[in-house]
Design a protein around this ligand. Sequence first.
Ligand code: GDP
Ligand code: ZN
Length: 335
Amino acid sequence: MEARDTARGLVVRIKGADFFVASESGEIRCSLRGWFRVSGTPEEVLPVVGDIVSFRSGGSGDTHGPRGLISGIEPRKSILARTDPSQKNGSRVLGANMDQAILVFAAREPEPNFRLIDRMLVAAACGPMDAVICMNKMDLAERREEFDEALVPYRGMGYRVVCTSAKTREGVEELAAAMTGKLSILVGPSGTGKTSLVSCVQPGLELAVTMVSASTGKGRHTTTHFELHRLASGGYLGDTPGVREFGIRGVSRERLGGLFRDFVPFLGGCRFMTCTHDHEPGCAVKEAVEKGLVTRERYESYLRILETVRDERSLGNPARRGASRRRTRASRRER
Ligand code: GDP
Ligand code: ZN
């Protein structure tokens, strides 16, 4: 029997019981040997797309190429979940370790919905993953200054903002550079140009970017499949799971403010530690809005999202579970 060394690789696709793992020695079709643990968490889980796994490549394989056996999963730094009412916590893990979500909106046709941008920024922060704002169809923008102005606060919060046009190819190189070496997903309403941008960045890349209607925000629950596609420039791009699936999950009311980057500098100034920046007196966030340090639009987005997380229990991601539980208990006492 030949020596079997343990190697590391990235799960890029799952088909039935086969896990396709990209590693230094190419893509290897792996199976799982029984149960194994994710180090650092008590839960036993199966690998998902985006997981870094350790595996042993075994033998010469079969007609389908080399085979391997997965023996462990490295701790996940982020989670991409889709809503699934059949699950206890209302969502199911779709992917792991995504570095960033690229939010694709259009300057026109359809008009950009900044409230949805804010919602998606919060969803990304939940991952937690970074977010890049891509404003496409800039060729249709009549007054560019308006967009520049609307995007200033986002740049100020540290988000990377890329203005593109799949038609004139403006900004396409910058967008490609933002994806290089990263695990990214593209999200955004349908018709904003995701498919067009992908084929500008890498002609021939087949991506399922089935999206939802921007007006209703309702998802077609068709995309259960999630796959990572290798970018020629290095990095991977994931099939878009859809707006609803890329949702805000496990956020307590008290944690929401912390996911608004522009609120963060003020959070320590609120009179109550469990302040939800809504009705409470002595709220430093509301004061910042009055002073023009946080825009009214962002505060409005916050209140809208707060309304939707009103009754959600704090589930959090594994890394933050302890902290958010403690805060939830404190706030229950207050209520
Ligand atoms: P998706 O639904 O987000 O994948 O959007 P598509 O890539 O299918 O694009 C929707 C429509 O917008 C198509 O008719 C594209 O030709 C058009 N489109 C995409 N990008 C641009 C752009 O930058 N400028 C203009 N003028 N049209 C674009
Ligand atoms: Zn407050």
